[in-house]
Design a protein around this ligand. Structure first.
Ligand code: UDP
Ligand code: MG
Length: 330
């Protein structure tokens, strides 16, 4: 979203007082090997902003099975404090874990990031600088990625297709990593949607938004926790929650196929008038399979929307909390 689209780009500067609290929120799924280093790095960058700034680190254990839970409890109990751990009742997935983290954060501003080193905490200072300039959402635009060329290409293409078809303008190449003011987090927590694509919802909320450019680092290990299936679900949620263009495409395809079959009917009539026998024409076979394909495709697309409606109607909570381990701020 470019600043020119914003209702009031002239944001007014803010300051913070001694009660100002920064929350850093990260979902954690099987990150036992990296989590200690992650917390240490976050602490270091929080301290560098200002030694007096109060901060809390909210980690959501999304049903880890690699010992992360016990390790997180141990780290939360350490003398340094400042770590709050929300244990979910099972693995709910990245989106629900993020929602749980936002709901449990108490800060005046919330910085959302992943716990796998890909999001660089060196961005904290520029994020807070923009908040002080008066912005309510400061998202991180990834200037570079460390993934393989295929993944990079797929992400690049996804953001551009999404930008083209979505009915809410969201910034290009920006994921979850970024800062949100308390009032934005409060709005997000109130949204009842179950299939949540956070960069889209964050843009939908509005207020004053801007971006900072930060390169994306490599994961500390090479195996993604979200995986191809998770990314596919996220991508589908993004498209079907923020765009009706797929239905429009289906309508166009339907109109084209009606046109084509009308032509084939005309062709058949002409052949009949000329006294020829139509026989089992291959064109009829082609048109039947073409129409069948269009129908199935359309039913599939409708199904994507209906499944999401069903999810909303069931009204299940987005996540279930097992227990929360609380500590004072950093
Ligand atoms: N994650 C989670 N639940 C899951 C999968 C991932 O909480 O079911 C966390 C994971 O620990 C990490 C973040 O979400 O902090 C992003 O995961 P990952 O790095 O695997 O995603 P990618 O960067 O590959 O999209
Ligand atoms: Mg990652």
């Amino acid at each position: 979203m470019s600043n020119s689209q914003l209702p009031d780009a002239a944001a007014s500067a803010r300051t913070w007082d001694e009660n100002f609290l920064v929350s850093v929120v990260a979902p954690v799924y099987n990150e036992a090997e990296g989590i200690e280093g992650f917390i240490a790095e976050v602490r270091e960058h929080l301290a560098a902003i200002s030694p007096s700034v109060r901060a809390e680190i909210v980690l959501v254990n999304d049903g880890s099975t690699d010992g992360s839970a016990a390790l997180l409890d141990h780290l939360a109990a350490s003398s340094q404090g400042g770590v709050r751990v929300v244990h979910l009742a099972r693995n709910f997935g990245h989106g629900p874990a993020v929602a749980a983290g936002l709901d449990h954060a108490q800060g005046d501003v919330v910085i959302l990031m992943d716990a796998d080193y890909q999001d660089d905490p060196a961005a904290f200072a520029p994020l807070l600088d923009q908040w002080r300039e008066g912005y309510d959402v400061v998202y991180v635009e990834r200037t570079s990625r460390q993934e393989n060329p295929l993944s990079r290409g797929v992400f690049w293409l996804f953001y551009r297709i999404f930008d083209w078809i979505a009915d809410t303008n969201s910034p290009m190449d920006a994921g979850n990593f970024g800062l949100m003011d308390r009032r934005v987090v409060a709005q997000l927590s109130q949204l009842p949607e179950r299939n949540r694509y956070l960069p889209g919802l964050r843009a939908w909320v509005g207020f004053r938004q801007t971006g900072v450019s930060v390169p994306r680092r490599a994961r500390y290990d090479s195996s993604t926790r979200v995986g191809i299936r998770g990314l596919w679900t996220l991508g589908m949620n993004a498209i079907f929650s923020f765009s009706y263009v797929p239905l429009f495409v289906f309508r166009i395809a339907g109109a084209l196929s009606i046109g084509l079959s009308a032509l084939l009917v005309l062709y058949a009539i002409c052949i009949k008038i000329m006294g020829h026998d139509l026989g089992t024409s291959s064109s009829i076979l082609i048109s039947t399979s073409f129409l069948g394909g269009i129908n199935l495709f359309g039913v599939g697309l409708l199904g994507e929307y209906i499944a999401r409606i069903y999810d909303e109607v069931k009204c299940r909570p987005v996540y279930v909390v097992d227990r929360v381990v609380k500590r004072d701020e950093v």
